[in-house]
Design a protein around this ligand. Structure first.
Ligand code: NA7
Length: 544
């Protein structure tokens, strides 16, 4: 076979734009920039497309958004051709979907896999970015669009002695693609966030023993999943045009918004509130959280009442009252930490082969040859699953060693102060676009496909506009950035999120500056703000 330009590696490969990442955002960005007639290439560290849905192939991985909104909207043909099997698809189905998209639009020919970017440098003279891979290859382009993900840099706690451990250690976001047979094994799971919950509820019945190392319990909402038949799919499909429109305007990019108006909670009797919460609970989705009461994450009294409602649900599922207390959160309010959906999670703790190890007061000390040690007690294990999360929002780019104008380092900047303009660009880093970057709703408070597509569209429109205007460099001014950061902080300060220790504020990473990583003014509002910037001819951005 003749070599394509993408396969050659001995010289610097030149493009108009480089997209880093071939997940949901990267695939769409590649498609959109190609539409502009640009020479564009996507680079991905993985061996195939999928991003999050490639790496997180751990047992039980599943989307917490309904499939009818967790999809691309740009092609009617695609919407007609792809048949979702479940309301909340598991990882294999989502990965198949992304592969289907890559094949249908012939995207692979412009993607270079197994290519992890080690550094990126802006050259002021040539006005280009040069990206270098870990393998020593170089790529240059005018535009560098990072679609590297907001939850893609795994956090591995530095437990001492891991090299001594004779068993297997697997982080959920680096799960072996060939699978890991846990049947009959003694398994420890560290972490009980959205990921840990999915793993635990899935493997409990397969393993010989399961030790769950929990530091912070979660308020998980019971998922109502559904398998679709042709009739169910047809009914949903008939509403796709409405959903496509609705998701653009709602608070969190779903096809539902808050079910109640601001102030309504206080006008209801306790009985009416209870009925309202029961009804929301029945939906078995994240609507219980971001489709309920707008006061939920800003008003302490509402937060406490809703939290208590969920606590009751948790207690009712666990037979041992002492254990139930350990699994019930009290130290933070419902919805101020990402709400996981669960199916069978709490019931797992009624099983004889499952033990909860509370590591809040007595942290994990480290590994021995045989297992993990907590409070001087050794838990013998064959496999340790680290469901310990990510360096969210900033991690993917911080680990890439990005240097902008005058050699300034993005890693150093974000180690001091996490800043961006609309989560899309950073002052001092011309022509770098950060899809899913920090301080946009896409970091956490949005149905990902909605916000990623909106951001990709914004980036594409911006690059097209530059070309049409005869420009080829864009960068937000320091003032524009400050304006966005201040607005972001103001909105964040009004919420209860900042009081909770979680990845939302960077509090899961030692030394990371605290700031709400995701814009919480609403995905719909954010969309409007981005459109205003575009319509103003990118006021506040310096172009050349
Ligand atoms: P999360 O939500 O950050 O959860 C990580 C979990 O790991 C959480 O329970 C942590 O406890 C726990 N953790 C992390 N480090 C340690 C140590 N050193 N010891 C004990 N426990 C630890 O990550 P997920 O992967 O579950 O979810 C991330 C997002 O992916 C999710 O929100 C969805 O948007 C998809 P902690 O709470 O910090 O006490």
């Amino acid at each position: 076979m003749p070599e394509t330009a993408l396969q050659r590696s001995s010289e610097t490969l030149q493009f108009d734009a480089i997209v880093v990442g071939a997940g949901i955002a990267g695939l769409y960005q590649l498609y959109r920039l190609r539409e502009l007639g640009m020479r564009v290439c996507a680079l991905d560290a993985a061996a195939d497309v999928g991003g999050t849905w490639y790496w997180n192939c751990y047992p039980g991985a599943r989307v917490d958004s309904q499939s009818h909104v967790y999809q691309y909207w740009f092609s009617d043909q695609l919407l007609q051709e792809w048949d979702w099997q479940e309301r909340f698809p598991a990882q294999p189905e989502t990965e198949r979907y992304l592969n289907f998209v890559a094949d249908k639009f012939d995207l692979r020919k412009d993607i270079r896999f197994n290519t992890r970017i080690a550094s990126a440098r802006w050259d002021e003279g040539t006005r280009t970015w040069t990206l270098n891979s870990e393998a020593g290859e170089s790529f240059t382009a005018r535009y560098f669009v990072s679609c590297a993900g907001m939850l893609s840099a795994p956090l591995v706690p530095p437990f001492p002695g891991h090299e001594r451990f004779r068993g297997t250690i697997a982080h959920t976001a680096r799960w072996p693609r060939e699978g890991l047979d846990l049947t009959g094994k003694r398994v420890g799971v560290v972490g009980t966030g959205a990921t840990g919950i999915q793993v635990i509820q899935t493997i409990a019945s397969q393993v010989a023993e399961l030790k769950v190392f929990q530091r912070t319990p979660q308020y998980a909402v019971a998922m109502h999943n559904e398998h679709y038949d042709d009739a169910g799919r047809a009914e949903l499909r008939a509403h796709y045009p409405e959903y496509r429109e609705q998701v653009q305007h709602t608070f969190a990019g779903f096809a539902f918004d808050f079910a109640y108006q601001a102030g309504e909670y206080y006008r209801m009797t306790p009985q009416q509130r209870r009925e309202a919460l029961d009804k929301l609970w029945q939906d078995g989705s994240l609507a219980f959280w971001i489709g309920s009461f707008p006061e939920l994450v800003v008003d302490e009294a509402v937060s406490e009442e809703v939290s208590e409602f969920v606590r009751e649900k948790i207690r009712a599922r666990i037979q041992d009252p002492e254990l139930a207390e350990k699994l019930t959160p009290y130290s933070y309010g419902f919805g101020t930490y990402r709400v996981p959906l669960e199916k069978g999670y709490y019931d797992v703790f009624n099983r004889d082969n499952v033990e909860l190890v509370d590591v809040r007061e007595t942290p994990i000390e480290g590994f021995t040859e045989q297992g993990l040690v907590v409070g001087g007690h050794e838990y013998p294990l064959d496999v340790v699953v680290l469901a310990t999360g990510f360096d969210a929002g900033t991690g993917a780019l911080s680990r890439m060693d990005v240097h902008g104008r005058d050699g300034r380092s993005l890693t150093e900047l974000w180690n001091r102060d996490i800043r961006s303009t609309l989560g899309l660009q950073v002052h001092g880093f011309p022509n770098l676009f950060t899809v899913a970057g920090p301080l946009a709703p896409s970091t956490a408070f949005c149905n990902m496909t909605t916000c990623l597509q909106q951001q990709v569209d914004w980036v594409t429109d911006c690059i097209r506009w530059l070309r049409d205007q005869g420009h080829n460099v864009i960068e937000p001014s320091a003032e524009k950035e400050e304006e966005w950061v201040q607005h972001h902080d103001e909105v964040a300060a009004a919420t209860l999120m900042m009081r909770t220790t979680s990845w939302y504020t960077g509090a899961n990473i030692e030394g990371k500056p605290r700031r709400l990583l995701s814009y919480i003014g609403g995905a719909g509002n954010y969309h409007k703000i981005c459109d205003q910037v575009k319509d103003s001819g990118y006021a506040g951005f310096e172009v050349a």
